[in-house]
Design a protein around this ligand. Structure first.
Ligand SMILES: Cc1cc2nc3c(=O)[nH]c(=O)nc-3n(C[C@H](O)[C@H](O)[C@H](O)COP(=O)(O)OP(=O)(O)OC[C@H]3O[C@@H](n4cnc5c(N)ncnc54)[C@H](O)[C@@H]3O)c2cc1C
Length: 529
């Protein structure tokens, strides 16, 4: 008889795969069950049009934990990261701003708009990196638990308090500003030019249903400064071959440690008896038993669908229902027959340095706040914030020679349309047209270069990728849903009220993004239990 399963991981997104790989490496017999035909969840690459390999959802990485790359030997499994080289903001009046890794070059660019801002920008970067270094420790360890009387926890909290004090008065003050202010108000303290403030502010709103003037968004800015690529702090990068290559590399490592991974294997519900999980039931009715089950799905899906309210304490259920998802983003993926050309900064001889990174359609704070206004009342933004990347410029392997992929992350696209989320399919193409028209205003003739278009609304993210309410992070990264409160207070350590059921997805600490941290920390918690 074959050995019984130690762990079933529900969901083959990158976090589920990371958790599987660590458990398998420790000798557990592991089975991963993924609903889709392809692994990766929101960190996936798919050839949607012949020769074009799209990073369908997630398009840049920064926070993926270097420890995972080392522990699982992901370079051997094909993982290669390519740092972004620019951050470009075109303006409708023909001017533009581009920030580069070269600080002198960036200084000259900013000085076109404000010499004061150009002088202060490096100082701002240093302060944010120091704050991010402080906050980053929190993502590499389980969330501190202020309610615990366990001496180890108390010592951890004291250490954290000491590190906070060691920041010194200026940075402590800065930390309080970040915790309480809006991204726009915080940036107003530093800079005078809207042209610089707007592309900086957008990091505060990605994946949230908040605007740049909403209190609390300043804190999310820090996320932008926390990552590293190849040891280069605060840099972002592409994954060679598309974001799905992260998931594929982790899956390959997991298999090398003996994990079994099945696709097209949707789990319909968990087998729960007397408050304890015993296994899973697949859509086709098959039952699979296991000593542990680990859910990599969001908290709503895990508890309200797979477990069922009948097995949960009503207070816990209420808390899970209150956990905010309310997706606010969409994605438009385009295959084009030539490199886009922005009228404010034309390409030279068919190439363009300023397209070797991301492009932000974020000309002013007012533009961004107006985009939010429409979403607040249940409609998508008529002139949205776009974060565009053209990965084929840096990685020609993802598109046929001379052709390009244009990936547009779009905000705002509220899941809750005024007429109801189920109306998104009728609004999908109008939403796609809005995105293409917005970009065409900056790149005349762009529309005519499109060979293929995929439009993903929050409704599609839910239906196709299993992201409840289309939330890209399995739950907003707002302060009340972070640290020891993610997903709910008392249950932030990957355990659940159902015995032998664990969680390892982005709905747990430290949250969403392609970082692998929830998967790693959950595996450590399971192995240490
Ligand atoms: C449009 C978009 C753009 C983004 N851009 C970025 C970015 O540029 N950079 C970044 O860092 N992050 C980005 N993110 C966020 C990031 O991709 C996610 O936070 C992260 O990938 C989530 O990983 P996960 O493993 O926790 O969950 P998921 O990737 O959601 O994985 C969960 C898996 O479970 C599967 N599943 C669901 N239900 C079942 C079931 N019943 N049975 C079996 N399997 C099931 C799903 O198919 C999925 O594969 C983006 C997300 C989206 C949607």
């Amino acid at each position: 008889m074959s050995k019984p399963l130690d762990a079933i991981i529900v969901g083959g997104g990158h976090n589920g795969l990371v958790c599987a790989a660590y458990l398998a490496r420790a000798g557990y017999k592991v089975l991963v069950l993924e609903r889709r035909h392809v692994l990766g969840g929101a960190a996936v690459t798919e050839e949607l049009h012949p020769g074009f390999k799209f990073s369908v959802c997630s398009y840049v990485v920064s926070l993926f934990r270097p420890q995972i790359i080392r522990d699982l030997g992901l370079a051997r499994h094909g993982l290669e990261l390519i740092p972004l080289e620019s951050s470009f903001t075109p303006l409708p009046d023909g001017r533009s701003l581009c920030r580069w890794p070269d600080s002198h070059r960036t200084r000259r660019e900013i000085a076109q708009f404000s010499t004061n801002d150009a002088d202060i920008y490096p100082e701002f970067g240093v302060a944010m990196v120091k704050m991010a270094q402080f906050a980053r420790r929190l993502i590499d360890a389980p969330a501190p638990d202020p309610a615990s009387l366990n001496p180890k926890e108390i010592i951890r909290l004291l250490r954290l308090g000491r590190r906070f004090r060691d920041l010194g008065p200026d940075l402590m003050h800065l930390n309080m500003q970040l915790l309480t202010m809006s991204a726009a108000d915080f940036l107003d303290l530093w800079f005078e030019s809207d042209v610089l403030k707007a592309p900086l502010a957008v990091s505060g709103i990605i994946g949230t249903f908040l605007g740049v003037r909403s209190p609390g968004t300043a804190y999310v800015l820090l996320h932008h400064y926390m990552g590293e690529i190849d040891g280069a702090f605060r840099s972002w990068g592409f994954v060679k071959g598309g974001t799905g290559q992260i998931s594929n590399a982790v899956a390959s490592a997991a298999r090398s440690f003996g994990a079994e991974i099945r696709t097209e294997a949707p789990v319909e519900r968990l087998l729960v008896r007397n408050g304890e999980v015993e296994g899973v039931v697949l859509d086709n009715g098959d039952e699979i038993r296991s000593r542990l089950v680990v859910s990599a799905l969001d908290p709503h899906r895990t508890f309200l669908r797979l477990v069922g309210e009948e097995h949960l304490d009503p207070d816990f259920t209420t808390q899970i229902k209150r956990f905010k998802l309310r997706g606010s983003s969409g994605k438009v993926n385009l295959a084009v027959d030539r490199l886009p050309e922005f009228s404010c900064r034309p390409n030279t001889n068919g190439t363009a340095d300023h397209l070797r990174g991301d492009v932000a359609i974020a000309p002013s704070l007012e533009y961004l706040e107006k985009a939010y206004d429409e979403a607040k009342y249940g409609d998508f933004s008529r002139r949205p914030y776009l974060n565009i990347v053209i990965p084929s410029v840096m990685d020609p392997s993802v598109a046929p020679p001379g052709k390009h992929i244009v990936s547009c992350f779009v905000q705002y696209a509220p899941y809750h349309l005024e007429e109801g989320p189920q109306h998104w399919p009728q609004r999908r193409e109008a939403f796609g047209d809005t995105v293409v028209d917005t970009l065409t205003e900056y790149c005349p003739g762009f529309k005519e270069t499109i060979l293929y278009r995929q439009v993903l609304t929050p409704w599609d993210l839910e239906q196709e990728f299993g992201l409840t309410e289309g939330n890209i992070f399995h739950g907003e990264l707002s302060q009340e849903q972070l640290l020891f409160q993610r997903p709910v207070s008392g249950w932030a350590r990957y355990r659940t009220p159902i015995r032998r059921l664990w969680m390892c997805g982005s709905g747990t600490h430290p949250g969403g993004g392609v970082m692998g941290a929830p998967g790693l920390l959950a595996a450590q918690a399971i192995l240490g239990s």
